[in-house]
Design a protein around this ligand. Sequence first.
Ligand code: GLU
Ligand code: ZN
Length: 492
Amino acid sequence: MDVRVRYAPSPTGLQHIGGIRTALFNYFFAKANGGKFILRVEDTDRERYSDESLEDLYSTLDWLGIKWDEGPVVGGPYGPYIQSERFDIYRSYAEKLVEEGKAYYCFCTPERLEEVRKQQVESKSEYQGYDRHCAHLSDSEIKEYLRQGIKPVIRFRVPTEGKTTFHDILMGDISRRNRDISPDPILLKSDGFPTYHLANVVDDHLMHITHIMRAQEWIPSGPLHVLLYEAFGWEIPQYCHLPMVMGKDGQKLSKRHGSTAVRDFRAKGYLPEAIMNYVTLVGWSLDGSTEFFSKEDLEKRFTMEGIHKAPAVFDYKKLDWFNGQYIRQADDSRLAKLIAPYLQSAGYVSDPLTDDDARLIARIVPPVKERMKVLSDVVPLTAFLFEDKPVEDKGIYVAKGSDEEKTGIALSKGAAILIDGLRSGEEEASIEEKLAALSQELEIKVNGVFQPIRVAITNSTVSLPLFDSIRLLGIDETEKRLNRAIKLFEEN
Ligand code: GLU
Ligand code: ZN
């Protein structure tokens, strides 16, 4: 069997972690099995549709490096791949079911349906939903309604007896009593728009989809879809509903946990390979231990067996860790290009970059590369080079276990060791030893000496390694800032 899978998002919002997890699983499953990955745009909900979402879909997949074999833009043998361009197809299949008595026209007005609903609520009726009022209209009744110009919806005739079972590769058999399936759902609306169920089933069939991997929230639609496949006499694809994506608190991942839109992660400076690697591990593993996978690895090694049944946790900290790892592996020249926009929007360098800016950025990359979790960290890490905002709160200079007096001494004696050493070309290691000796003399930890020096030079407690900072800043400026801090501690 030639594997054919699809990612079928609705362009009603930005691509989020759960969505691209679905896309990645489908994509890797296709690649690993020599199959095809199809992109289908399910844009039948015109009220919630937005151009921005559609653009976001394309740009997100593009950023991740995910190419679809068939779909919008690239085309393919079973196109069009945008549902709003397939309305004639859906109508003809809905009509076919009507002809066979498996679906029927319903002429009920919204007012009538509302009245039915109200009465069901009032009478606390066990039966909820459409009352099948039009399920058995005679031909002449139908003709009369049509003559009056009333546009019907087409409803699917759900059996009232028996049960429907569908098989899910992960979850096993899932059964539902037919009477619990929503009574006679609409397939085609009166304006000719298909509902999700009709369009989804028709397209998966016409596009020869073999496996349906999608979010678990679609499980409740499974039995209805199976009934539709049976009504059409079509082969049912294999289902594999993916584990839920949760936050650390066990709740479904949402904005409450932090950003979920891929665009936001991109803006903060996550690398696509880090997102791809980590998101693929949310609910999947190869062997329970391997953590690092390149796109090429996953294209070869992804397996459906590795998908977990249990809900998966999306851990922001873990993603940060992955991102840091990938930043450290990245080429310096690539990083230089990637960090430039952050420095530009902070106003630290010009846009376009001057030659001096480019040279400075090239010098910044090696030290920041070791410290960044996300690319936007470059701004706080290098702010001291571009703007001088001295820390005036003495407490920030004072390390744990030290005090103001000792910090003042650490600064003045430490500055002398540092500046004299650097001016006379002393080895960094030797300067460090002397600073450590000073801390012993003062009976404080090493950091009791280093912290105030770092704060004095970089105006911050989060910064680059000391000697890297000094190299970037220059000895004269370093000395000036140290003297300023010494003065601060000499006052009162
Ligand atoms: N358009 C649906 C969604 O946005 C697709 C569900 C499915 O894959 O069947 O999730
Ligand atoms: Zn009706």
